[in-house]
Design a protein around this ligand. Structure first.
Ligand SMILES: [Zn+2]
Length: 258
């Protein structure tokens, strides 16, 4: 299927490598997809990716802009200590930086990280039981999610140790009374995981408003998690989903490519 032509990096930002420009475009697209799907929180929340050709550097959204205003060029490149590397005039949200930096710094496989405050995910994070094994999407995640108790807004470096300890070998952290953090080895993986988690939480919210839910047995959850990979549309996990949504947002406004 046709997509809008890629904007040539050399024409717009000759100071950037091809790898950086590609990472910027993919991340900017992801912000616009989140905007289109309504997974936004005013000028807050973050999706970050590591730069593949620059160890210790990652891209984050400029603080003060809506997700719908993010473009490849205005994403801010920061190092792991919070220094802006690309001369951007935009500030970076400290809460977003501190939280994402602790994972980017300590987990080599956490290439892409998504944190949101959507109503459904925050509501599930605000319940003692957390995500329940009561719907198809939730069964993807049972046993694969970690929880971290609320300590106030995540601006203190010293919380990092406890965030990592509570995360353990999981790559999805439900911040209690706050919201989820989803990490992936690629942005499409983090995206598709987040999409399923968002749906799981929306359905849990609807289910609990209707009465007693049916709990899925561990035996069925094990079968579901063993077989779920067969339902993928592309060899690269999340790629077909991500590219499909890129085509959708291109039909609305392709300025994210700039
Ligand atoms: Zn937050």
């Amino acid at each position: 299927m046709a997509t809008a032509p890629a904007i040539d990096r050399a024409d717009t930002r000759p100071d950037m490598s091809d790898a950086e420009w590609k990472a910027r475009q993919e991340l900017a697209a992801c912000y616009r997809i989140f905007d289109h799907l309504g997974w936004t929180e005013s000028i807050y929340n973050h999706i970050t990716v590591k730069l593949p050709d620059e160890p210790g550097a990652f891209l984050i959204n400029p603080f003060g802009l809506l997700f719908s205003e993010v473009t490849a060029s205005n994403l801010v490149k920061v190092d792991i200590d919070g220094n802006v590397l690309d001369g951007s005039d935009y500030p970076v949200n400290r809460a977003g930086f501190v939280q994402h930096a602790v994972f980017h710094r300590n987990l080599p496989d956490a290439h892409a990280i998504i944190h949101t405050h959507t109503t459904a995910t925050m509501a599930v994070c605000a319940t003692e039981a957390g995500l329940l094994p009561t719907n198809f999407y939730a069964c993807n995640f049972i046993g694969r999610i970690a929880y971290h108790d609320f300590e106030g807004v995540t601006v203190r470096d010293e919380e990092g140790e406890r965030l990592l300890k509570n995360l353990g070998d999981k790559r999805i952290l439900m911040l209690r009374n706050h919201g989820p953090v989803v990490m992936g080895m690629t942005l499409p993986i983090a995206f598709v995981q987040y999409w399923a988690l968002q749906r799981a939480c929306e359905i849990q919210l609807a289910t609990l408003s209707m009465g007693a839910p049916i709990h899925v047995s561990q035996e069925v959850i094990d079968v579901h998690q063993r077989d779920i990979f067969m339902a993928q549309a592309s060899a690269e996990p999340g790629r077909a989903d991500f590219d499909a949504w890129v085509r959708r947002i291109d039909k609305i406004d392709s300025s994210w490519r700039e």
